[in-house]
Write a protein that binds this ligand. Sequence first.
Ligand code: BZD
Length: 830
Amino acid sequence: KLVHRGDSSSSRETTGDIRRGMDCADLKQAIIDHINFTQARLVSQATLNDWYMAVAYAVRDRMLDDWHVSLGHLRNRSLKIVSYLSAEFLMGPHLGNNLVNLGIVESVRRAVAELGQNLDDLLRQEEEPGLGNGGLGRLAACYLDSLATLRVPAIGYGIRYEFGIFDQEIRDGWQVEITDKWLRMGNPWEICRPDISYLVKLGGHTEQYSDENDCLRVRWVPGKVIKGVAYDTPVAGYCSGVTDLLRLWKSEAVESFNFQAFNLGDYYRAVDEKVSSETISKVLYPNDEPQIGKQLRLAQQYFFVSCSLQDMLRIQRLRGENIGDLAGSFAVQLNDTHPSIAVAELMRLLVDEQMMEWEPAWEITCNVMAYTNHTLLPEALEKWPLPLFSAMLPRHLEIIFEINRRFLDQVRSASPGDDGLAARLSIIDEGGERYVRMAHLASVGSHAINGVAALHTELLKETVLKDFHDLYPERFHNVTNGVTPRRWVLLSNPALARLISGKIGEGWVTRPEELRALEKFAGQPAFQKSWRKVKLENKSILAAVIRERTGIQVDPASLFDVLVKRIHEYKRQHLKVLHIITLFNRIKADPKSEVRSRTFIFGGKAAPGYHMAKLIIKLITSVGEVVNNDPDVAGRLKVVFFPDFNVTNGQLVYPAADLSEQISTAGKEASGTGNMKFSLNGALTIGTLDGANVEIRQEVGEENFFLFGHTAAEVQELKSRGYDPRSWYEGNAPLRAVIDRIAAGDFSPGDRNLFQPLVDQLLGHDDYLLLADYQAYMDCQDRVDAAFRDRDAWTEMSILNVARMGMFSSDRAIREYCENIWHAPPIPGD
Ligand code: BZD
């Protein structure tokens, strides 16, 4: 008879000792067992991937005890569960992070070494789960890390895309998209839970009927039903003893649904049905703004929201609690409007399925939901054409009409006669073709609405959601974004982490305000020297990778000037190009002119349908081609486009930067989080007063930040006066020379028309005011050059940046959400 090895008699049931051992001998045995019994290989036959998988499983085993305990807390009625609903979780590679958070990097490194392998090789073997586009998805991942670290019971709910964000290759200077087959070699971190699955209806129509109390109710008769199956990934906190849950849904066909078709011999229709059901979670849309009104995208959103809410209702029952008390058990955070259909879906579940009355259901919904806005760009605000919406979600449209009717009644009675106001607030856009405005749905159905940086929240209140702010001022909050110092320093920059901890201890990892203690060493020559040494090593590592991936040789002693983020006109990668060409022109005019040695590193993906963004990539690589090979430049300037910027590559790039470029048009970047990762790794920032740059500059001190450009208010003012880019072009000789060079085909030999659309955009509209900020940017870059010449002063500024970045830890952000929005306390310590 088999005996359960663990302890199930005590209150703390465990898996037993056998797979928990953390010493070297235990780890070695565990790894070998997984090679033999999980990978089914002899050690002598094991591939690098087998070794990676075996180590991953051995580590995962060691996460399970904490996980079981943490999952047990989900049933603890005195604890509120945070449900973070997000269409994207950009987690980055798991192995390294889990080693860091479990505190077993060194013991696993040694065990692996004694088995004849190198841990770094195994870490490189992991294909990162790219289940997000950029900042928004990565923010969700940082927040899960902080939730677990702060011991808050939490579930991240999302979609298990079979294909994540595409891999980017650069061919002939252009971006080429390659499908991301991240599951090809298996995913050792996820656990499929076929027993946790829900049915999701789509399409069809609704019917009215009378229930047993003769109440009129509505039934949704779907055109199609699919199934969502849970795939769970443990998310370990940093030395916190808590492991939270990332639950991603995969869509499948309902076996019996189309039995009819099978029986009728219509086998092919049944097969089609299966394929189309599985399509829903097949691929991540690679659109980071503007919004695309694709039907499948709405199906994805509804699919994961419905599964997640049904799962929460199941957990509520497991807790032995009433559905009516849902708001005491769960705080649901809507990560942008992508999951905002949750407002209507929860109403449907409560009213149609739990047979609740409208008013109490609405009160629960509003108390449960909270909404984070991540963009002010009008073209990025989600809205769905009514015909598309009602064809897929007929019942939800009825519910939204009813929510809207009641809401607008209130508005009208508060402001009688103001029809304009009602039209502006309405969830339905009726000015022409009709749309459902998802930001309005989220705002009406949430008790809290937040922006992601101070400036962004203010602008949100003044512009996009002004009428909502006038109506519900108390709903508005600011929670400035943050990033986890575990992945973004401890894991990615171990040398810097060691240097810091050697000086001030390790407390900063969870209490980053302790970094302030570095201030007193900022001017100390010996410490500065060690600081520079770390940076130089990181730059050398990056230089080697750049060489390997692009063939370009760069000098680690040069200033590493880095701009990595999604490619978008508002982020102004092409303003950086104007700077490079300006320097190039100075050299061409006088080859002996003093131009400091710089390496310009770009990285980022362009949405596949965003032609201007793709052309900007081509411009960068084309300018690089000319500048890098020009004899007069003589290696002083190097331009690199680092292909396939993702979390893994970010971990290489941020620690190696001297200068962080945060140059978006003021008022356009909601927050930015790359800006924080750079500064936390000792890069100085050149930036506009946009997003979180404003607060970063406040924290690190204006003397340690290179500021330039028009403010958000000045941008508005310029535009309202009628901005004329051509006059800025004509009034500035160096600027004219730069644009003329692009237009003349100097970077596109044989094709003078190649960059014409870019030139036309700049001279004709220049929506993002590059020309208006050009001179200020050049002047500021000259100040950067001068500052970099004084190595000690630069190093001091770099140290002060790190010392003062504490507030940008995602732990601080999560504490604010917990206190001000979720009212969710941590699990009490053991
Ligand atoms: O969210 C970004 C903002 O642009 C940043 O300013 C901000 O720092 C981060 C986190 O708050 N937004 C996105 O990343 N948006 C997307 O990735 C996205 C994805 C799908 C559809 C629309 C937008």
